[in-house]
Design a protein around this ligand. Structure first.
Ligand code: SAH
Length: 248
């Protein structure tokens, strides 16, 4: 299949910053698979599952720099690791969940590589906030519902949720499971309907995927009776149930 598609050679001493999609190996790009096959070392975080790592060059070294369990590497340490591996002449694959430039610190790592004069390439990936929701049957735009969509992280206490409430009819939240009850209250106070549909999708695209459908005013109660664990992507707005409400 991919034989006829020209894919680049991975030069020694280069770093490829690559998105791996939400988890299902079928959502890798051909560029990502090409990178996995040629890498000497794969630097990855917690969201990269065993199924995707298994597609890598079997002799490639795997370096885990994730934030789950034990002491986590700082961003500066991760960038330094990439620089040192490249300087040692390795083909360095920096593999990230989703898309490397969507809440993935890919921009920071690219900047560090550029500053250190390390040649690099960016390989986009399917982001959880679009492709992950699609796997749950949720379009992030629909011509009858919204002309804009906003992607936000639920993680940063400085986020202006009242402004976001007015910014777009559909709001997609990454890293928001812990704070979603509070966020929902602020959105309602700012004028969003308590009856607006919400979907929470965990482990999107994986066999363990779960989807909770609720409404803005009931998120906390529903999560109390149906506890969910990260990674979760949350979609708020009229596109959430548009396919469910369609006949056929
Ligand atoms: N760069 C990634 C996002 C990294 S931030 C991307 O483009 O998707 C990590 C967050 O991404 C998680 O907390 C969660 O909100 C979301 N995420 C990543 N993979 C996911 C998955 N399979 N299911 C649900 N959410 C996911």
């Amino acid at each position: 299949m991919s034989e006829s598609i020209p894919l680049p050679d991975f030069p020694a001493g280069h770093v490829w910053l690559c998105g791996a999609g939400p988890g299902d190996a079928g959502l890798l790009t051909l560029h990502a698979v090409n990178a996995l096959k040629q890498a000497d070392v794969i630097v990855h975080d917690a969201l990269i599952g065993a199924g995707i790592l298994a597609l890598g060059n079997p002799v490639a070294e795997r370096v885990y720099v994730g934030k789950r369990g034990g002491q986590s590497a700082t961003q500066a340490q991760i960038s330094q690791t990439l620089i040192e591996l490249a300087q040692a002449g390795k083909r360095v694959l920096r593999l990230k969940g989703g898309d490397p430039f969507m809440f993935g610190r890919g921009g920071e790592e690219a900047h560090a590589l550029a500053t250190a004069n390390i040649p690099y390439r960016i390989i986009p990936g399917v982001t959880a906030g679009i492709g992950g929701l699609a796997m749950a049957g949720i379009p992030v735009t629909h011509r009858d519902v919204n002309q804009a969509v906003i992607f936000a992280t639920g993680h940063d206490p400085a986020t202006d949720w009242a402004a976001i409430a007015h910014a777009a009819p559909v709001i997609v939240i990454y890293m928001g499971l812990k704070r979603i009850g509070d966020i929902a209250q602020i959105l309602i106070k700012a004028g969003r309907g308590a009856d607006e549909p919400v979907a929470i999708v965990t482990d999107a695209s994986l066999p363990t995927q779960q989807v909770l459908h609720t409404i803005l005013g009931r998120i906390s109660d529903d999560l109390a009776t149906h506890p969910m664990s990260p990674p979760a992507v949350i979609c708020i707005g009229g596109t959430v149930d548009i396919l469910e409400n369609t006949n056929g």
